[in-house]
Ligand binder design. Sequence first.
Ligand code: ADP
Ligand code: ZN
Length: 519
Amino acid sequence: MSEPLLANAHTILKDVFGYSSFRPLQEDVITSALDGKDSLVIMPTGGGKSMCFQLPALVQDGACLVISPLISLMRDQVEALKQNGVSSAYLNSSLTAPEQREIEEKFLSGEIKILYVSPEKLLTRDFYNVIRSVTLNLIAIDEAHCISQWGHDFRPEYTQLDFLKKQFPTVPIMALTATADKATRTDILNQLGILHAKTYLASFDRPNLNLTVRAAQGRIESIIGLIKQAPNESGIVYCLSRKSCETVAAKLQANGIDADFYHAGMPADVRNNTQERFIRDDLKVVCATIAFGMGIDKSNVRWVIHYNLPKNLESYYQEIGRAGRDGLDSKTLLFFSYADVVQLKQFMEDSPQKALLEAKLQRMQQFAEATTCRRRVLLSYFGEQMERDCGNCDVCRNPPEFMDGTILAQKALSACARTREQVGMRMLIDILRGSHRQEIVQLGYHEIKTYGAGRDHSYFEWQHFIGQFLNLGLFEIAFDNHNILRITETGKKALTGSIPVQITKPESEIERKERMKAP
Ligand code: ADP
Ligand code: ZN
C-alpha cells in the first residue's frame, strides 16, 4: 500500500533535498511510517534521522508534528526546510504569544507541513485543542532518550508524552535517538506506550577512525610529537576543564604549533572567531571543552585527542565522531588516568543520578582498560555485535602481552595492609620503591617490612601494576576518603596466595621514551 508513496519519497529526496539515494535504514523507517506503524529509530548523530520523519510528512496528506527539546536545533531544522521550499515552523518559549498564535492559525489552516514543538508547549491545553483539529500523518519524537531516567539527558516533561498514543491511536509515532543502550530503549517504548514498535538500529561503526588509548603520563609530549608528525592536519584536543584547555593550548603554542583554545567561559565573539578560523583551516588545533563541536560540520578533522577521560561512552563516541567525517583515515587517542576517574566521580557526587552516572563512567573506564578489541567494546555498548576484531585499534594492532602478577600484587597488598590501609596510590608506590620522601619517614612507613620491596620497578611500571590490580578488583579506591586504597575480599585472597593474578605487561622504558618522541 505504501509503494506509490515510497516512489514519491524517492522523487522528493532528489527534487527537494537534492540527494540521490537513501542512507542505510532510512528507506525501511520511512516505509514503516507510511504503513502507519510505530517505530524506534536509533542512528548515530549525523546519520540522517530527520529525513526519516520529514519524507513521510511530505508525501502524505496532513501534517507532521515533531517534538524536540532543543530550541536551537528546531530553529536550524526549520531554516533548512524553508530553504528547500518546505513549509515548516516551530513553536517554543522563544516566541511571543502573538507569534505563537500566528503559527497555530497557519497550522490549523493546513499551511504548515512540518511543525516542531517543545514538550512544554505540547503539554498545554490550548495546544492540545489545536492538534486535535488537524490531520496528523506522523508524530516524531526527537531526542527520545530524554524520556528515560537511564538516558543522559532526562527531561521530566518527556514522561508525559504517553498521552499521544492514547489520544491519537491511529497516528504512527516515530521515536528517534542516538543513544542506544538497552535500558533506555526499553524505557522509551514503555513510556510512549508503543511496545509493539519496531526498532531500527543503524550501525554506529566508523571504520576509518583508529582507536587508541594510552596512559596519561607524559601526554603533552605525546601530543606535541603526534602533531609535529603532520603539522598541516586539523585536530581537536578535548580537555575536562577550561583551565586545562588554556594551559594545553599555551604549551602547544610554545612548541610552535598553530593552536588555540575554546570553552564556554569565553566571550561569544572570541569563541565564534576561534571556531570560524578552525573551520576555514586558518587554525590547525583547538584545545576545547565538550562545548566545542556541537553542530560543526568540518569534514577534514584528521584527529581527535582526549586529554582527559570523557564521562561516558556516549560522549566519547560523539567527540571522536568529529574526526574523519570525509571517510578518510583519522586518528583518535584517549589518555587515561585514575586521577580523571577520581575527579569525574567527585563531580557526580551530588547528582540525584549518581548511581547511573557512576555506572556509565565505569563502562568508560572498562573501555579504556580493555585488553580486547576496543571497537568491539565500544559497539557492544551501542547494542551492536561485531563478528571480527577490527584491526584498527591499538589492541588489535599491538595485542598486550600477559605476565604473572601474583608476587607483585602480594607486595602491594601487603604494603597497603601494613599502613593499615591509610595511603593513596602515590604513597603506596613510594613505599614499595623505598622513597626517602620526608612524609614517609615522618609517618614511619620506612620501617614497614615491604618498604623498598618493589624498587626493581619504575614508578611508571608500578602505576601500571596497581591500575591492573584495581581493574581486577584487588583494591578499591575510597573516593569518600582522600582516595586511599582499600583491600577488597578478592585482594585478601590474592594476598594469601589462594588466587593467581594475571596482568598485562607494562611498556618498557625504551618503548615509553620512543612514544614520547614520536607517537
Ligand atoms: P541526525 O539528526 O541523525 O544527527 P541529520 O538528520 O541532521 O542527522 O542529517 C545529517 C546530515 O545528513 C544532514 O546534512 C542531512 O541533510 C544529510 N542527509 C540525510 N539523509 C541523507 C541522504 N539520504 N543522502 C545524503 N545526505 C543525507
Ligand atoms: Zn580492534
